[in-house]
Structures are given as structure tokens and as C-alpha cells.
Design a protein around this ligand. Structure first.
Ligand code: LUZ
Ligand code: MOS
Length: 761
């Protein structure tokens, strides 16, 4: 089964937010952003802007009829700045004008009087000042302090990973319409329609039933629209509510890059202890998360970092502490992997530090410490149906790891100015929202009297193929062609109280709910088919004698059966709720069974460095991945390919950088480099491991959204190994991304210094 959407996309038929036909009278909105990263907002001069051509109205915090608050986990984020500004790009005022051009022109006439306050961009500086979003959290198993005393080898170090711009192709936006009775209807480019609905209701002082949010599809999300579609939805809704006119707000690319948060940069201290057999006995880590100026999803991201502290390894003694540090940057947010990749990068860094010091290949340590069936994670869930060793061994054998290693060594022996590096990257990712209550979904399934089927769930299609998967689940369960099934827009009036499409769990949660609804419909129809009946309805006749012993009339078509149900007054609609069974977590002991299951895999990565220029290619990524029983292998393979390339981008090319005044330097695609066709590995092999899947995975087909991003960490270490082939024994910092500048710094440390004054991330 192929993805249902791409032919619509390439023909330009897919409707994104900006393709919705514009209603007459629509006002266009533009956001006035804070020009500084921290200060007291003493005054705002709107007089010239108000007189500008086409301007209908300018809104500030004073115009909010409800609460000026959009914080999700912590109520610390105003919709429009009030009293203070906390980051550059923070929304301060909203201009509504007859055209988009007029709205943007008026922005330039606004003057803010701001008294500057000190700016913090560095998480460790924030921590030193006690600027935390939430209190620190610690996951602990065994006794790491005691265990270090008995270790043959102990190593310490610092690891840093940078931010990442989501760069969804469709920028953030919303289009809001006033409805009768004083409500609003919002078309939003969001992964979380309920989040937009809930916050709009708060901001407007309305009940949630007065706010309808509708989403057809997104041009990418990657986590950037899990929480951060909310401000634009609320601003458009505020405009529509106050003016009683439709209001459209779409950010241009540079505004989106300036104003929205990104993947959290982390700065971490680690300590790793091994015994004489290279078994990891103890691991301690302190994470400093750069949260930005408000909580957003940072506490949940922090939590997932702790859950993935030990990646795919079993370590009996672990103490991991995570700090969420408040800085004057846009609030950082969900990004594919959600803190997991940051934690796993530190684990891999610790292993590499140990391996380099001991003069062994990192793989020697990695392979020996992989999770086995029944091993406890630091949060005390056992690894069940664990495929960590299988993934490694199948990858090593199928792709001939010893042969690849020999090739790299031979190349390096024969070449002076080009060096190759190889790495092995195992992954393990927990599937479920870490907040147990979020693991629920609804599906509303209608069978129409002509036999066509319409399905509404909470799932948001953002290119990942979830609509195709849900249609497949329904078609299989009902025994009909997928072409009879339409997946409707995601709409809060049809499916309420939804979790965002996130955490790799969307197909599982909404697919399971769809499965339940379709099973019920199917049972009902089969029962009816098995009964004796005669019906004559609009010329269609089904006779009793056609009822077979099996209970299904031989000539009963789907259409006839559906029509029969209708005239017999049997309901052709179902609304099912699914809640993942068996997941729980107790934050007071930091233990429980938070994940439905884990996904495993291993990637072998080779890279070549040009040792004169510092440029490089990631030559090949070869992966053995645990899909379970994939029922959409084409979509799943696409998720792996996209995830790997996005992970390589995060670890190599993509460098988010702010200056010390909190101004985004990497503010466009001229200064922020993402992987292009030329940086995609020429070889990207994906082997589907033979695994049974998991009963909690929909049709035993495991979640596939986020896990592959973590394979990209392998690219970092492959490049590091290539540098060390050029400069044997080099002591390289563990700082990502490994940009060409950093590669040069590694090759020629005396000649290339870290750029001064630029905050990492
Ligand atoms: N969002 C969330 C997520 O709210 N909770 C999670 O556990 C999560 N994990 C991954 C991505 N988004
Ligand atoms: Mo995501 S980081 O699953 O929105």
C-alpha cells in the first residue's frame, strides 16, 4: 500500500491552510515582535501604525477578553507580552489590515519603549542563577556512587548538542472565522487541535464548545506544531472574535524562524564506570536543558531525556538528573525524539570517551552492554520482546560489519587527505506519551448508505502517512477496498479532547480506536447478514434463500448489506475510544511502566572527510530496524529515510545560533544549512527485522515516527572516527553539530578556534 497523498501533492490538489479560499472581508494579521530579548515593556506607540493605509485594528494584551495565558504545562506564557518581554520575537501586538502587505507595512511604524534587562542564552549560566522552569528531576537505579568505587575504569566528560529548526515546509498559521453565538471556527496548521481549542477558549473567555478547530493536513510538523501552533491560532481567533471578521495569520519563513522555539540544546556532564570486561557498571549524568523563556513542553521533553538516558543499554547503577533552564530565547519545544536524542547522544559520547581512552572500538563496549529480555530500565520497566541484540547482530552480519571495517582501514591506509570513519548506532525508543493520561484516542466511523465510509479521529496528517494507515486498518477490518474509505479532516467537534499527533503514537492510538469501531460495525453487519430477511428497497432485492450456512448470503454485496442495515434501522455509525492498557507511571518514585513497548534497531554509518577542507559526505547508512509486522512498508521505509536524514542534519550541518543579545543569527536558509539531495547518503539501506511486533502496536505494526532520527547520531561518530584517522589519538570535544568548521577544528586544532561569542544552540 502506497501513501494515498503524494499524487495529490504533486498535482497541487492538496489543500493546506494557505490554499483555503479566502472569504470576502478577511483581515490579514501580522505580528509585532519584541525587538529585544529581555526588558521592561514601558510603552508602545501605535499611533502612526493605526493611521497606516488599510489598518483596521491593532490588538495588544489589553484587548484579550479572557486570560492572556497560553502556557500548557506551566501557566507562564502570555499570548501578547504584558509588562515584560522575555525573548526576541515574542508577540507584542497584532496588526489587522485589509491586505497582508499593509499589515506588514504597519509593523514598521510601531515603536516600543523597552528598558533593557540582562540577557541569558546559556543554560549553565541560567542554572548558576537558579533560573529553572521546574525543579530538577532525578532517575535512579542501583547505587552509582558505590558502584564507581568498584569499577576498573571511570571516565568523565562534557557533551553538548545543539538546537534544530523544524523547517516544516508549511510555516505556522491559522485562519479564524466568527461564528454565530459569538464563537469562533479556526482552521489551524496544528498537530494538536484540542490544544488550540483549549487555549483559544481561555484567551477569549469562552467555553470550549464555542471554539471549533479544523485541520485538513499540515506541510510537516516534526513537533514544531505540537504546542507552538497555539499562539497563531489564538491570535487569529482573537482578531476574528473582536472584529467579527475572518482573520488570517500566516508567518513568513523568517518570522517563523525568529519567533518559534526549536529542539532544545543540551549541555551535559557524564561519568561512566566499566569493569575489566567492558561491562558498564555505573553511569551518572547531569543534563542542562536550554528551555528558552517559558515552559512550553520543556518539562515533558526533560522527562523523556531521562527515559532515554541509557539508550539501548542495560546499566545496573544509574543516577540521571535533569535541569530545565530558563533563558531569553524563544521557548524551545517538541522536536522529533522529544529529548530522547539529546539523552542518547550523551550516552554514546560517554561510551566513545571510554573506548578512546581504553584504545578499543566503541562497538566493543556497545555490543557487550545491549539490553536483553527482562533487563530493567532505570525507571524499572523491564525490556519485553527486546530486539536490541538481534538488531545489532543482523545489521552486523547482513551488512558485513567486519568487511566494512576492513574497507575503511584499507582506504585510510591508502589515502592521506581523505579519511573514512565508521560507527555503529543502536537505538531503543519508548512508545507512548510519557504522560499516561494522553494515551487515549477516539474514532468516529460512519458508513453511508452507498457503502462509502468516512472516518474521523484525532490523527493529524502531516505527511507521515497516518491517514493511509488508518484507512488501511478500516478497509481490512471491514473487508472493503481502501478506495471506499475517506479520512475526514481532524475536527474538535467530531472528535473531542484529543491528544496531539505526536510521540510516534498517532497511528497506534487512532488506529486502535478505528479498529475497535470497525470491529463493532463488522460484527453488527455480520449478525444482520446471518439473520433471515427479505427486503425490497429502491429496486434492490435480497432473498432469504441466499443466506448461506456460514451466515452470509452468497450474493450479498457490501452495498446491499449496508442498505439492508439502514432499512432495518441498524446503526451504521460507531464511536470508539481506545486507551492504551497497562501503562502507568509514579513520578514520586520515578518508576512504573510508562511505555506500551519499545522499538529497536541498529545503524552502520560510514563517512568520508576531506581533510584539507573539512567538508565531508555521509556515504552510507545501513539499518536493521524493528518494524514488527509492518502493514505499510513503503510508508514505514519513508519514515526511516526521512528520520535518518533529519537526524544527520541535527548532528552535522544544522547549527542554530544566537548571539549574546539573543538574536537569531541562523535566521534564514542562507545561514541555516539543512540536508539537501547532496548530503543524503548515497546508500541508505533499510532491512526489516523479522520480529513479531507487539500486541499493543496496531495490527502488530510498530510505531515508526521518531526512532529513526536517532540513527543520525551515528553520523556524528563516524565523522569523529574519520578525524581521528587523520590525527590518531586526537582528544576531540564532544560537541554537536559536527559542522565542516568543527571538523576543521578537529583536524587542525592549532589553526581553527571555536567562533567567539556564539552560543551553542
Ligand atoms: N509529546 C508529549 C511528545 O506531550 N509527550 C511525549 O511523551 C512525547 N513524546 C514524543 C513526542 N512528543
Ligand atoms: Mo512530536 S516531537 O512527536 O510532536
Amino acid at each position: 500500500m502506497n501513501h494515498l497523498d503524494p499524487h495529490r501533492h504533486v498535482r497541487g490538489e492538496s489543500q493546506y491552510l494557505d490554499d483555503v479560499p479566502e472569504q470576502q472581508g478577511t483581515l490579514f494579521a501580522a505580528v509585532y515582535e519584541s525587538p529585544v530579548a529581555h526588558g521592561v515593556l514601558k510603552g508602545l506607540d501605535l499611533s502612526a501604525a493605526r493611521r497606516a493605509p488599510g489598518v483596521a485594528r491593532i490588538l495588544t494584551a489589553q484587548d484579550v477578553p479572557g486570560r492572556n495565558q497560553i502556557g500548557g504545562i506551566v501557566p507562564d506564557e502570555p499570548l501578547l507580552a504584558e509588562g515584560h518581554v522575555h525573548f526576541r520575537g515574542q508577540p507584542v501586538a497584532l496588526v489587522l489590515a485589509r491586505t497582508e502587505r499593509q499589515a506588514h507595512a504597519a509593523l514598521r511604524l510601531i515603536q516600543a519603549d523597552i528598558e533593557l534587562l540582562p540577557v541569558i542564552t546559556d543554560p549553565r549560566k541560567a542554572a548558576a542563577l537558579g533560573e529553572f522552569i521546574v525543579p530538577p528531576r532525578t532517575f535512579r537505579i542501583g547505587d552509582s556512587t558505590g558502584a564507581f568505587a568498584g569499577c576498573a575504569h571511570v571516565f568523565e566528560g562534557v557533551a553538548e548538542s545543539g538546537g534544530q529548526e523544524h523547517l516544516y515546509i508549511e510555516t505556522q498559521g491559522a485562519y479564524a472565522f466568527p461564528t454565530e453565538l459569538g464563537g469562533v471556527r479556526i482552521i489551524s496548521s496544528t498537530q494538536g487541535p484540542t490544544a488550540v481549542q483549549r487555549h483559544c477558549a481561555v484567551v477569549l473567555g469562552l467555553g470550549m464548545h464555542q471554539v471549533e478547530v479544523d485541520v485538513t493536513r499540515l506541510g510537516g510538523g516534526f513537533g514544531g506544531k505540537e504546542d507552538q501552533a497555539t499562539p497563531w491560532g489564538c491570535l487569529a481567533a482573537l482578531g476574528a472574535y473582536l472584529t467579527r471578521k475572518p482573520v488570517k495569520l500566516v508567518l513568513d519563513r523568517m518570522a517563523d524562524m525568529r519567533m518559534t522555539g526549536k529542539r532544545h540544546p543540551y549541555s551535559s556532564d557524564f561519568k561512566i564506570g566499566l569493569d575489566a570486561d567492558l561491562k558498564i557498571v555505573a553511569y551518572e549524568v547531569q543534563y542542562y536543558q536550554n528551555a528558552g523563556a517559558a515552559a512550553d513542553l520543556s518539562p515533558a521533553v526533560l522527562e523523556r531525556t531521562l527515559f532515554h538516558t541509557t539508550n539501548a543499554y542495560h546499566i545496573p547503577n544509574v543516577t540521571a538528573t535533569a535541569h530545565s533552564c530558563r533563558t531569553n530565547l524563544p521557548p524551545n519545544t517538541a522536536f522529533r525524539g522529544f529529548g530522547g536524542p539529546q539523552g542518547m547522544f550523551v550516552m554514546e559520547s560517554a561510551i566513545v570517551r571510554a573506548a578512546e581512552a581504553l584504545g578499543v572500538a566503541p562497538a566493543e563496549i556497545q555490543r557487550r552492554n545491549l539490553l536483553r529480555e527482562g533487563d530493567l530500565f532505570p525507571y524499572r520497566q523491564p525490556a519485553e520482546l527486546c530486539h536490541a541484540e538481534q538488531a545489532w547482530d543482523v545489521a552486523a552480519e547482513r551488512f558485513d560489519l567486519p568487511g566494512l571495517r576492513a574497507e575503511v582501514e584499507a582506504f585510510n591506509a591508502a589515502n592521506k587527505l581523505f579519511k573514512k570513519g565508521l560507527s555503529v548506532m543502536p537505538i531503543c525508543f519508548g512508545i507512548s506519551f510519557t504522560k499516561t493520561f494522553m494515551n487515549q484516542a477516539h474514532a468516529l466511523v460512519h458508513i453511508y448508505t452507498d457503502g462509502s465510509v468516512g472516518i474521523s479521529t484525532a490523527a493529524v496528517e502531516m505527511g507521515q502517512g497516518v491517514n493511509t494507515k488508518i484507512a488501511q486498518v478500516a478497509a481490512r477490518t471491514l473487508g472493503i477496498s481502501i478506495h471506499r474509505v475517506k479520512i475526514e479532516s481532524t475536527n474538535t467537534t467530531r472528535v473531542a479532547n484529543t491528544s496531539p499527533s505526536a510521540a510516534s503514537a498517532t497511528a497506534d492510538l487512532n488506529g486502535q480506536a478505528t479498529l475497535l469501531a470497525c470491529q463493532r460495525l463488522r460484527e453488527r453487519l455480520l449478525r444482520l447478514a446471518g439473520a433471515e430477511y427479505t427486503v425490497d428497497y429502491e429496486g434492490i432485492e435480497i432473498k432469504d434463500e441466499q443466506v448461506l450456512a456460514a451466515g452470509i448470503p452468497a450474493e450479498t454485496t457490501w452495498e446491499k448489506l449496508v442498505l439492508l442495515a439502514y432499512v432495518r434501522r441498524v446503526s451504521l455509525s460507531e464511536n470508539a475510544h481506545y486507551a492504551t492498557p497497562g501503562v502507568h507511571f509514579d513520578a514520586s518514585t520515578e518508576s512504573g511502566h510508562p511505555f506500551a513497548y519499545h522499538v529497536y534497531g541498529t545503524a552502520l554509518t560510514t563517512a568520508t572527510v576531506d581533510c584539507l577542507r573539512g567538508t565531508y559526505t555521509i556515504d552510507a547508512v545501513r539499518i536493521a530496524h524493528d518494524f514488527g509486522q509492518s502493514f505499510s512498508p513503503a510508508i514505514d521505509q519513508g519514515q526511516i529515510e526521512g528520520g535518518v536524514v533529519q537526524g544527520i542534519g541535527w548532528m552535522t550541518l544544522e547549527e542554530v545560533s544566537y548571539n549574546q543579545e539573543g538574536r537569531l543569527l541562523s535566521n534564514s536558509l542562507n545561514s541555516y544549512k539543512i540536508p539537501d539531495l547532496y548530503s543524503v547518503p548515497a546508500v541508505l539501506d533499510v532491512h526489516f527485522l523479522d520480529t513479531p511486533g507487539h500486541p499493543r502496536a496496531v495490527l502488530r505494526s510498530k510505531a515508526v515516527g521518531e526512532p529513526p532520527l536517532m540513527y543520525g547520531i551515528g553520523a556524528y561518530f563516524a565523522l569523529r572516527n574519520a578525524i581521528r584517522a587523520f590525527r590518531p589519538g586526537a582528544a576531540l570535544p564532544l560537541v554537536a553539530p559536527m559542522t565542516p568548521e568543527r571538523v576543521l577544528g578537529g583536524l587542525y586544532p592549532e589553526a581553527v578556534a571555536e567562533p567567539a561569542g556564539v552560543a551553542v544552540g
